[in-house]
Design a protein around this ligand. Structure first.
Ligand SMILES: Cc1cc2nc3c(=O)[nH]c(=O)nc-3n(C[C@H](O)[C@H](O)[C@H](O)COP(=O)(O)OP(=O)(O)OC[C@H]3O[C@@H](n4cnc5c(N)ncnc54)[C@H](O)[C@@H]3O)c2cc1C
Length: 439
């Protein structure tokens, strides 16, 4: 086996595996390899345990503006077409009722307006009053004093097991391109550039590649910094934990209205695809690590964080705002046994007023870490994805939420870059026909 590849992908989460699939199926790439350091694909954030298992298309995510929803919808539905094409519907991609719930007069007015404003983009979304909600999810009205209104739909497939989808990307890539090499238990420890080629080192081997795509979560920024790239960026790792309900009281995905001052999405209730239980979350504690539930590696964290005055300034900027300060403190407290559960119950009561703290339990070892990127030059916390690309044949992707939803959209963008720079053909017409269509 040759140790040289046209394209090497570092990281076997949903982002790296989607690119492996995209290049194997739709391009004429000569040789390709994917390196994953653990013993399976998608064991971290892309695993069903690591995230909220949602295909976020912007219809119930009240933290998305119309403009953002328009963009996200286009890439989100690429997953829908993919799971249709390969028959994964009702297996790794499930249908359920979904709704964005407004509580109290102000939020009710907001939901009505949002439904009107988003009607053209999401014509299938219905407006539901309290009686209609009661019929769909009686527990939402049980013990409720405030006025409620929801916009929702019964027609969609919003639940996705992104971990299983990652594995299907690898399987389908290998079925199409037998010689696509996939390495598990293979950690890349260093990437260097020599004579227009990139050298990737593992503990025992060395590989070279014409083009490298680093899809290694927070470690993408770690590698970029080691290579002296993306120095204007830093990373704020934001965890996300969940609580399980002991009773299966809802069947729908129920999202709440976002406080516009807060940087992360409000908690929601979701049926868990792996066990059918109802999960609430995610919380948003800041955790000084690059991988959740793995031993902390301080040197990697500090290399990635690039701590300096501008990072402190972003931190102070966030803490200065009372709503954000309280939110960050509250989210740390949610992690504390017993007290955290009591506090978290108050959040869940916005969705289910009669739920009690004894009905909830902390979901152990469930949840992931979002590598939120800080733009140090503009002293700003970036909420979406970030790509470091300085025109060379190496790119680094950081993909906080909704990174799983945009996996095929990101893979398409990266595939265009890779094939364009290497002078390889990419069948954009077939991609548009099979994965984009009328999104
Ligand atoms: C609590 C929470 C809820 C979320 N909910 C949603 C949601 O509902 N919908 C949604 O769309 N998104 C959601 N997200 C975001 C989504 O989970 C991520 O955007 C997505 O999983 C990122 O995928 P990835 O492949 O880029 O990174 P990861 O899944 O983190 O994968 C990176 C891979 O790189 C590997 N790697 C790292 N370093 C090396 C190395 N040196 N050598 C080899 N391999 C390496 C890792 O082992 C890992 O497998 C959520 C995230 C969190 C934390």
């Amino acid at each position: 086996m040759s140790n040289h590849y046209n394209v090497a992908i570092v990281g076997g989460g949903i982002t790296g595996t989607a690119l492996l699939f995209m290049l194997s199926k739709y391009s004429k790439v000569g040789s390709i390899a994917l390196f994953e350091k653990y013993d399976d694909f998608a064991t971290l954030n892309s695993n069903a345990k690591g995230n909220s298992q949602t295909m976020h298309c912007g219809d119930i995510e009240t933290n998305y503006t119309l403009e953002k929803a328009r963009k996200v919808k286009k890439t989100a539905f690429m997953t829908d077409h993919y799971t249709d094409m390969y028959g994964y519907k009702d297996k790794y991609h499930l249908k359920c009722t979904k709704m964005a719930l407004g509580v109290g007069d102000e939020e009710v007015a907001y939901i009505k307006k949002r439904h009107e404003d988003f009607k053209e983009l999401f014509p299938y979304m219905e407006l539901w009053n309290a009686d209609q909600i009661k019929e769909i999810e009686p527990a939402v009205l049980d013990g409720r004093k405030e006025n409620v209104m929801a916009m929702g739909s019964h027609e969609h497939y919003p639940i996705v097991d992104w971990g299983e989808i990652s594995k299907t990307f690898v399987k389908n890539a290998k079925d199409i391109k037998e010689d696509a090499d996939v390495f598990l238990n293979t950690q890349i420890i260093d990437i260097t550039k020599e004579n227009e080629k990139f050298r990737l080192k593992t503990k025992d081997e060395e590989y070279t590649a014409d083009f490298v795509v680093v899809d290694a979560g927070a470690h993408s920024l770690y590698f970029a910094h080691k290579m002296g790239r993306g120095m204007e960026l830093s990373c704020l790792p934001v965890g996300g934990s969940f609580y399980y309900s002991k009773k299966n009281i809802i069947d729908s995905k129920i999202y709440t209205v976002q406080n516009p001052k807060l940087p992360f999405a409000a908690i929601h209730g979701d049926p868990d695809i792996t066990n059918g239980r109802v999960r609430f979350g995610p919380t948003a504690p800041i955790i000084p690590k690059l991988e959740r539930y793995k031993p902390a590696k301080i040197r990697e964290f500090l290399t990635t964080m690039k701590f300096d005055a501008s990072v402190v300034s972003v931190g102070f900027g966030l803490l200065k705002e009372k709503d954000i300060r309280n939110y960050l403190i509250k989210n740390l407290l949610f992690e504390i046994p017993y007290f955290g559960r009591k506090l978290f119950t108050k959040e869940v009561q916005k969705i289910l007023p009669s739920i009690e703290s004894k009905d909830l339990e902390f979901a152990e070892k469930v949840g992931g870490l979002r590598p939120q990127v800080i733009d140090k030059k503009n002293r700003q916390l970036l909420l979406g994805e970030a790509r470091i690309d300085d025109g060379d044949n190496i790119i680094f992707n950081m993909t906080p939420s909704p990174g799983a939803t945009s996996c095929l959209g990101n893979a398409y963008k990266d595939a265009k870059l890779v094939t364009d720079r290497l002078g390889i053909e990419l069948d954009c017409d077939l991609i548009e026909k099979e994965l984009i269509r009328d999104n």
